[in-house]
Design a protein around this ligand. Sequence first.
Ligand SMILES: O=Nc1c(NC[C@H](O)[C@H](O)[C@H](O)CO)[nH]c(=O)[nH]c1=O
Length: 193
Amino acid sequence: MDSLKKPGQIEAHDGSSLRVGIVHARWNTAVIEPLVAGAKKTLHAAGVKDENIVVQTVPGSWELPIAVQRLYSASQVQSSKSSSLGAGDLLGGSTDLSKSATASSASTAAFDAIIAIGVLIKGETMHFEYIADAASNGLMRVSLDSGVPVIFGLLTVLNEEQALARAGVGGKGHNHGEDWGSAAVELGIKRRE
Ligand SMILES: O=Nc1c(NC[C@H](O)[C@H](O)[C@H](O)CO)[nH]c(=O)[nH]c1=O
């Protein structure tokens, strides 16, 4: 039956009026970079303007929840002051990997959705489990508390091969970043309905 969608199938939407944040960690950048590129690819394909995509970075996945919360809060305050919020590192330090929106070009509207991207690779200790649990619960809490859709872009994998396959690197697997961009558009539109 047409009405039955495949699991995970994402509806197509017009994203031309949306403003989307991407907050990504700086661990495992060989995987992070294609994931961010994949998310931006489907955001652009849905019509989201590059000046309405703000990319921020944090040291690691542990910092994703607080950075998403601050990005959302800052955009709320600044959209009322009609100043601009741009790329860079919310928590200090170097700027983002991509060359997305600059402070002068970013619009002042609040975000319609924020994509949190991190790559956690299991090591010898329980560190992986604690960060994965805290970051996933933290991102869900920020989303529910703020009402802004936070797209879960945290890869939790057992080795680098699994991570690369989920970023579509080397022609293997599928770039999950593309799904996250589409989910951001869908949820951003639905939030306005
Ligand atoms: O340890 N492995 C990882 C990691 N650790 C750093 C952590 O997220 C945080 O930045 C520091 O503990 C400082 O607070 N962060 C990741 O994104 N992926 C990993 O695989």
